[in-house]
Design a protein around this ligand. Structure first.
Ligand SMILES: *[C@@H]1O[C@H](CO)[C@@H](O)[C@H](O)[C@H]1NC(C)=O
Ligand SMILES: *[C@@H]1O[C@H](CO)[C@@H](O)[C@H](O)[C@H]1NC(C)=O
Ligand SMILES: *[C@@H]1O[C@H](CO)[C@@H](O)[C@H](O)[C@H]1NC(C)=O
Ligand SMILES: *[C@@H]1O[C@H](CO)[C@@H](O)[C@H](O)[C@H]1NC(C)=O
Ligand SMILES: *[C@@H]1O[C@H](CO)[C@@H](O)[C@H](O)[C@H]1NC(C)=O
Ligand SMILES: *[C@@H]1O[C@H](CO)[C@@H](O)[C@H](O)[C@H]1NC(C)=O
Length: 644
């Protein structure tokens, strides 16, 4: 990815040859964004050459986001008179798109500084203004100093430490790229899924074809604390034995390259773990490929693990409901697709010029054809409808990207909620620490892997208040299926408090009550203890030892990667029940969940350790380990069926 900033800039050198203007500032400039630390392993080098071509992209502020909470409550709070009256895509665009003034003022400023009109353009959704420029001109426009940064992998990019904008333009602008952004890209699960190879059923692995597998106790409930199966999950949460194919219902699972599923592995799983609702051989998800999305021919848990796990359970628990697979990104590993590339595909108004919301952090298309497997088409904008429920088992450290980037992505989840889509994310698999156990040092940078000091490191998008964050629970070791679950212990489940997002009103009394009755025992230098920050997760479900078809056999997977698709399946079944009686989908569910803690089995044992601490403890009521607890399907269904 980092290479691309330079490579792309070089291509543009042919496109224009403008001399630098001297700049005639219209109004005084003020610092707009500043970076205090360098994350990851970037090292600052020499000053960038003024003549280096640079394409500046100015992300304009959307309007009315300050009313997010009011809008969301209106359609998703159980006591709202307009519950379930979701918005159309056009209503969303009309409410949030940047104003004509924002575009006019920004263009006027650029023209006044000598940028010629032919070098300025704006994106279809009006969110971005693009300026074909040079490092030297950008330094003048933004009162910035650009340097060349390099990392250990030899990636190179141009960035500055701060930049300024005229006072009359600042109010219209979220961010300008490339400026202070230094990237660090990771997925929750690509590296951190806890895995027990070949552990179940013993000796099965090398026994294809699947049809010849014996089926010892595949539907038995006797060993659910050691091996989680569809039968165990149905028993744990009162999930009905069968789903139904309801017209208009849909459920989407998102996977990012190089992860992709293998049909034979799914076949093997479906043939053994039937649980009275056998998914027929060769049943496949509806394939929605995005920006070169493909099914990898490779095996191994690093490629198939996440995808096979998500689809085995999403499909087994909802069949005959169709499940949609959003398979995102091509095989160009240095410029991998992100959540924003996925969001572009289901919301054309979000798309920027080259795909992704942010050309520094997201994959930018077309990819150069010289890389094998490159997607050389245009970025896919608005090519698919969003499914009614979307589950994603990927995430990253909240602080690894600028606050403005996080805010824009989070606002997209708000919009999906307003349109009636339920979006859920795994809460993370490293407790209060971030990816690979990293914590935050006093200067804001990250500690080495699994450090025993530092500040807690919340995970995004679970820390965004407009998604449902799904944590992990487990049956106690040696426990029976009807025992009360505890916080997951094969791995510490992700949870804590955001450093960026405010406490949403739906969570207000739950968090207040948590602090009123419990002292987590850490001060402000350890985590955001202001009691004004979004706490996560919202719920927790079993997330240990999910038996999964993979590489011609079975393996057990643990992680919140497992619990999110399971909860997604439950909400999909509930949507089906609502559609059958002429009601709409449930959309953003958090306000309903927090208004009905009685539909959950509270989890009060365990903790989510990290950063050399025990993390937080699971306690009575909501907590930043297991949220409201584990949902009971029948009770949850009753609540949602009673709503308009
Ligand atoms: C339960 O599953 C574990 C893990 O596969 C296995 O070692 C054990 O024998 C199983 N126990 C029973 C009673 O089936
Ligand atoms: C599933 O279908 C494939 C392809 O038709 C076949 O090779 C395989 O044997 C079938 N598996 C089962 C378990 O029936
Ligand atoms: C499920 O998907 C298949 C393939 O796209 C389609 O033919 C079928 O009509 C779908 N079923 C329902 C109930 O939507
Ligand atoms: C999206 O949904 C609309 C309205 O239901 C429908 O007309 C359209 O064909 C769908 N588009 C795709 C790509 O499925
Ligand atoms: C704590 O969260 C609040 C609300 O999101 C935020 O305004 C504040 O800056 C955060 N404090 C720290 C130290 O991160
Ligand atoms: C916070 O607690 C840590 C130990 O947990 C201590 O080292 C530090 O001095 C405390 N900071 C403040 C501001 O009290």
């Amino acid at each position: 990815m980092a290479f691309s900033a330079v490579a792309r800039a070089l291509c543009l050198a042919v496109a224009f040859a403008s001399t630098l203007s001297q700049g005639h500032p219209t109004s005084p400039k003020l610092v707009h964004e500043r970076r205090d630390v360098v994350h990851g392993d970037w090292v600052k080098g020499a000053r960038a050459d003024a003549k280096t071509p640079l394409t500046l992209r100015i992300g304009l502020k959307q309007r009315n986001l300050e009313r997010a909470e009011e809008f969301m409550n209106a359609v998703s709070h159980p006591r709202s008179e307009t519950y379930g009256k979701f918005w159309s895509a056009q209503q969303v665009v009309d409410m949030f798109a940047p104003s004509d003034d924002a575009i006019a003022e920004t263009k006027a400023w650029l023209l006044s500084e000598g940028v010629t009109a032919d070098r300025i353009s704006h994106s279809a959704g009006r969110n971005w203004i693009k300026v074909s420029s040079t490092v030297g001109e950008a330094e003048t426009l933004l009162d910035a100093v650009y340097s060349v940064y390099e990392n250990e992998d030899g990636a190179v990019l141009v960035a500055c430490e701060s930049y300024s904008l005229p006072t009359n333009v600042r109010g219209f602008v979220d961010l300008v790229t490339p400026t202070i952004q230094l990237e660090e890209r990771e997925a929750v699960t690509r590296r951190s899924v806890v895995e027990k190879r070949d552990s179940f059923p013993p000796g099965f692995k090398k026994l294809p074809p699947w049809a010849h597998h014996p089926k010892p106790g595949a539907d038995s409930l006797k060993n659910c604390s050691e091996v989680t199966t569809p039968a165990c999950l149905r028993a744990l949460y009162d999930i009905p034995p069968k789903g139904s194919a309801v017209k208009g219902n849909s459920y989407g699972i998102v996977e990012f390259a190089p992860q992709s599923y293998n049909q034979e592995d799914l076949n093997g799983f479906f043939s053994v773990y039937t649980n009275g609702n056998k998914v027929p051989n060769n049943t496949a998800p509806i394939f929605n490929g995005i920006d070169g999305g493909y099914l990898s021919p490779e095996g191994g848990s690093g490629v198939r693990g996440e995808s096979n796990l998500d689809l085995c359970y999403a499909m087994a628990l909802t069949y005959p409901q169709n499940v949609t697979l959003y398979q995102v990104g091509d095989s160009v590993a240095w410029n991998p697709a992100t959540n924003n590339n996925f969001l572009d595909a289901i919301d054309g108004s979000y798309c920027s010029f080259q795909g992704g919301d942010d050309p520094v952090w997201d994959a930018v298309y077309p990819h150069d054809a010289s890389t094998p497997g490159a997607y050389t088409g245009q970025p896919q904008c608005g090519v698919y409808n969003a499914t009614k429920v979307i589950s994603v088992s990927y995430g990253s450290n909240e602080g690894a990207r600028p606050a403005s980037y996080r805010a824009r992505e989070c606002a997209e989840y708000l919009k999906l909620g307003l349109m009636g889509v339920t979006v859920m994310f795994s809460s993370g698999d490293t407790g209060v620490a971030g990816l690979r156990g990293q914590c935050v040092k006093p200067d804001g940078s990250y500690t080495p892997v699994a450090a025993d000091y530092g500040q807690f490191n919340p995970m995004f998008p679970g820390s965004c208040p407009w998604v449902t964050s799904v944590g992990g629970s487990a049956l106690p070791a040696g426990g029976r299926v009807n025992d009360r679950e505890v916080a997951s212990y094969n791995f510490p489940t992700g949870g804590g408090f955001s450093n960026l997002f405010n406490l949403p009103s739906y969570q207000n009394s739950a968090v207040k009550s948590y602090y009123a009755h419990h002292n987590p025992g850490y001060n402000a230098s350890v985590y955001n203890n202001t009691q004004k920050a979004r706490g996560f997760p919202d719920v927790a479900l079993n997330s240990q030892n999910y038996v999964t078809g993979i590489d011609g056999g079975f393996q057990l997977f643990s992680g919140t990667s497992a619990s999110s698709p399971t909860f997604g399946a439950m909400i999909t079944l509930i949507n089906g029940e609502r559609l059958k009686i002429g009601k709409g989908p449930v959309g953003f569910i958090n306000p309903v969940l927090y208004a009905h803690p009685e539909v959950f089995t509270d989890i009060t044992e365990g903790h989510n350790s990290g950063c050399g601490t025990q993390g937080f403890a699971a306690v009575k009521g909501w907590d930043p380990v297991t949220g409201l607890g584990a949902p009971n399907y029948e009770k949850l269904k009753k609540v949602f069926l009673a709503l308009p």
